[in-house]
Design a protein around this ligand. Sequence first.
Ligand SMILES: [Zn+2]
Length: 300
Amino acid sequence: MATDGFARETEERLIRYAAIDTQSDETSSSSPSTERQFDLLRLLRDELAGMGAEAPRLTPYGTVLATIPGSAPAPTIAFLAHVDTAPQFNATGVRPRVIRAYDGGTITFPDDPALTLSPETSPYLAERRGDDIVTASGTTLLGADDKAGVAIIMTLARHLLAHPEIAHGPIRIAFTPDEEIGRGVHADLPRDLAADIAYTLDGAERGEIVYESFSADKAVIHIEGVSVHPGVARGKLVNALHLAAKIVDTLPQATLTPETTSGRQGFWHIYQMSGTSAAADLSIILRDFELDGLAAHGAL
Ligand SMILES: [Zn+2]
């Protein structure tokens, strides 16, 4: 339960930041991909300035940087979190709400009575009985990924800036855009961050530390058919949808997919298929823990 000051402050920040729409857009060519991400980025820069953080700034590539000055000789450590939320679900009008002392039962949503969340479908919930649970209201995502990370870093910054007697080295803070659309950080960020060690707060389960990651590629297959009126199509029409289906059917399915692999095994995963008989597109993500493996998925 949110009984101590840190938990209360983190909860308050999460709810406040989650209500701000910061959805990124995979189809955009601008950087950041959406203007709305600046709504939260500017707020965070201003809040860091209000706390007394050193040199808070918003870079032209849409990243907030600030420093908590060191109080003892130690390496410079950086903490990062991303401000954008996933493009796959409605992110406008987020109304976070808190379920106090979760009883382990089925959670319902005020804005969508048909929607439920339960330990049967989300086993991790069963382990969180007695905790306070924050959810959206049913018509939007919540965006705790990664506004929980943002809220934790902001709470940490506020506390350390108010207590310079706590011994620590220089701490750098970075809030970045467009993580959900796989852009990666801007090429200038490692230089601008100027940290010896960096941690991203963007985890899944409480208490978990992830110390390795796969390498990721995306493949887009564009198929041009030959469009001919069906009435006179014999021997001429080439249907792009047939070709798309054949390509998918040709790729491995009993192996090398997320549902048939685990641990450090790599995979290919088709997540979007769209088109008409004239033209079709397949969007595929590729994942592997070895660069050779990633290249092999791409070659496939
Ligand atoms: Zn995330």
